[in-house]
Write a protein that binds this ligand. Structure first.
Ligand SMILES: Nc1ncnc2c1ncn2[C@@H]1O[C@H](COP(=O)(O)OP(=O)(O)OP(=O)(O)O)[C@@H](O)[C@H]1O
Ligand SMILES: [Mg+2]
Length: 280
């Protein structure tokens, strides 16, 4: 211990295990009990469904993985504060119900994208990966309709919507994926042009077949995949549209508040920029 403390030049080595955002993320199980994992990098995920369906539980599972990934920076938007609030100490930014702040943070993400694309252009890189040495920045937004249609006025909502759409459209190739959830999966909140920017879509129980199609894409209900068929008592069940190209039924993993507290506490500790030798 004495030798360690004496060596101020020793490289920082995090104590305890970590994950990488390039690792597959564990989301839950399918109807056969097999693990469902998802590779997030290079993709965006849209999450929709009625209140109480399990969206925030799903977002917390992804955020937990990202928080434990010391190669990933986190930007969190949570208009209710309490859904993602426990991860605040792990995030570069945590935005609550302040629409002006939400716009400022989105504008910073937009500037970061511009910088990254300028750098990639100079280097002749079309898609960022782990070999390029830039940390991914994951943006998680729980209930984006609060920012696009509820908080603030028409002007701030339009500003936020434009910046949000830009991030979803351009972020994934420069290492800035987005996970966004809404309890209002209607065509005014999730127009087709926005929905189609999300390669992955996850529909928790929806009240109507129309809402299910808004999340998964038009036509899935007529092909037998409707999130309106999910029982209201089966919270956490969802239809996930990802690599396979066909929605599959999953039961999301669920972290209790106490489990989130303990993971977030550990994650905040391993994410300290100045590790133990600088903490004296
Ligand atoms: N995967 C799951 N397994 C078991 N229970 C779950 C699961 N996901 C959610 N639940 C239960 O459903 C409740 C509501 O879940 P959650 O808060 O994630 O819903 P939501 O879709 O975010 O709702 P809202 O739109 O109101 O924010 C949880 O408190 C929990 O009791
Ligand atoms: Mg929620």
């Amino acid at each position: 211990m004495t030798a360690l403390l004496a060596d101020k030049e020793a490289p920082a080595v995090p104590v305890g295990s970590t994950l990488s955002i390039y690792d597959p993320i564990f989301l839950g199980i399918d109807e056969f009990g097999a693990h469902v994992n998802l590779e997030l990098m290079g993709r965006n995920i849209l999450v929709g469904g009625e209140p109480g369906g399990g969206k925030s539980g799903f977002l917390n599972a992804i955020t937990a993985h990202a928080a434990l990934s010391t190669d990933c920076r986190l930007v969190l938007f949570d208009g209710k504060l309490v859904e993602l609030g426990q991860w605040e100490d792990c995030a570069d930014e945590f935005v609550g119900f302040d629409p002006e702040r939400a716009i400022r943070v989105m504008a910073r993400l937009s500037a970061l994208m511009n910088n990254r694309y300028t750098w990639m252009h100079a280097k002749g890189i079309r898609k960022l990966d782990w070999t390029h040495g830039l940390d991914p920045v994951l943006t998680v937004i729980d209930e984006f309709a609060l920012y696009t249609a509820t908080y603030g006025d028409k002007k701030t909502q339009e500003q936020f919507t434009a910046l949000f759409r830009d991030l979803v459209a351009r972020g994934r190739a420069c290492g800035m994926p987005v996970v966004a959830a809404t309890q209002r999966p209607s065509s005014d909140i999730v127009p087709t042009s926005l929905r189609d920017l999300f390669a992955y879509r996850c529909a928790f129980r929806c009240t109507t077949v129309g809402s299910s199609d808004v999340v998964l894409g038009h036509g899935w209900v007529s092909r037998g995949y409707s999130a309106a068929d999910i029982l209201p008592t089966n919270q956490g069940e969802a239809l996930l549209l990802s690599e396979g190209g066909t929605p599959r039924s999953i039961k999301g993993s669920f972290l209790t508040d106490a489990q989130i507290k303990s993971i977030a506490d550990y994650a905040a500790w391993i994410r300290r920029p100045n590790r133990l030798e600088n903490q004296r």
